[in-house]
Ligand binder design. Sequence first.
Ligand SMILES: [Fe+2]
Length: 505
Amino acid sequence: MDLDVVGRMLSTLPADDDHPYRTGPWQPQTTEWKADDLQVVQGEIPSDLDGVYLRNTENPLHPAIRNYHPFDGDGMVHVVGFRDGTAFYRNSFVRTDGLMAEQDAGKSLWAGLAERPSQSLMDHGWGARGRMKDASSTDVVVHNGVALTSFYQCGDLYRVDPMTTRTLGKETWGGAFPFDWGVSAHPKIDDATGEMLFFNYSTEAPYMNYGVVDANHELVHYTPVPLPGPRLPHDMAFTENYAILNDCPLFWDPEGLAQGAYAARFHRDMPMRLGVIPRRGGPDDIRWFDCESTFVLHWVNAYEDGDEIVVDGFFESDPSPADNGMGDKWQRAFRFLANDRMQPRLHRWRLNMVTGLVKEETLTDTISEFGMMNGSHAGRKYRYAYAATSKPAWFLFDGLVKHDTWTGQEQHFRFEENVYGSESAMAPRVGSTAEDDGYLITLTTDMNQDASFCVVFDASDITTGPICTLRLPERISSGTHSTWAAGTDLPQWDQADDPATTVGL
Ligand SMILES: [Fe+2]
């Protein structure tokens, strides 16, 4: 492995930190690495794996003003690039305005999710709550050859070089970016049209907007999606002709909001509503469908099937688990991150555009979340979903599950004890013909070896374990959202001897 340190950030976290989401498998990094020719510790790098796996990470650098929540950490992007049977790695902090201001101050300046905005040391900020730091740490997608990082509470989209992870600046769309509300995490990429679909939300009416950016990088559509009040949407879906937005009955308590408190409450007596809007439609075109009450954090995919819109996502049986007194104080405080408590299961909603009726079915008993699929099938009929299983009581992924939505069959893979994965992206094999003809890629945090690895599975059969394991320079913090971008979708990928050192985006 050819290894260089290319940067370091100031951390003021104490050596005796005891927060479980800043220690152990969530121990943040401060070092930015440049590594070429990654060491293969098992198997062989497939020669028909060509492109980049990108993963975002919440990576805190300072103690919180009062209470740290793992979604507050600063964004760090990791990339593992594959080309010609070799692999490289880079990682960088996303140079957000908030990160750079806190580096200068040497401390946290903004209140986080487990704090009130009024506790913020700054009178300005970002996000639907306001006076929060836009850490750009939630999601990462690649649109028009550039990686875009995003934040779940809405904020800027930061442009990141998908080969070097270097921050290139903020997305502006020629000045048309909705700077007032920002953009939520989970913009969606339609490979077939080159469009990016997105939404944002706020405590101000109309509470949600939806937009489309075309393959020429222009904001070509932006429309209000009026909701009954402030909501906490996290993800969206789309089909060939429609975008699917949601109004889940888990939202900030209005009485608390009036006092400056942001406490999310689940309303079991209210339906979840799915809104279907033509991709270039306006507020009068939205069709709302009442569904069984739940909160859906992530959708896997959606597609049109005759008169029906099929939407797959994770139905939570208990979106707001009560404190049952079980576990230590941290497990009780962070029970909203424990999938064994919220019990998300892959679920299918069929929305009939003619009759207005909804049919629902749970596709599996397996509790899983963070579903991915072959991106070239996004918005179209698809078969396979790849998701993560979780360690009970913790926000840690202990295994993978591949679900066949046609047959209901599942494949499982479980990491060794004390080894945790991240969201696993599906990378189609160069020249692939079948939907699952490719590779499933994830990064692990291995507490047994005090190391991290990039592991590559054969997506057609994950049960046999990794076909290739690559060592990263150091153990990285656990993290979640990821994406895959083929080399053919990246500028200059084929024009340079070393794509990871190319500049010019
Ligand atoms: Fe998410």
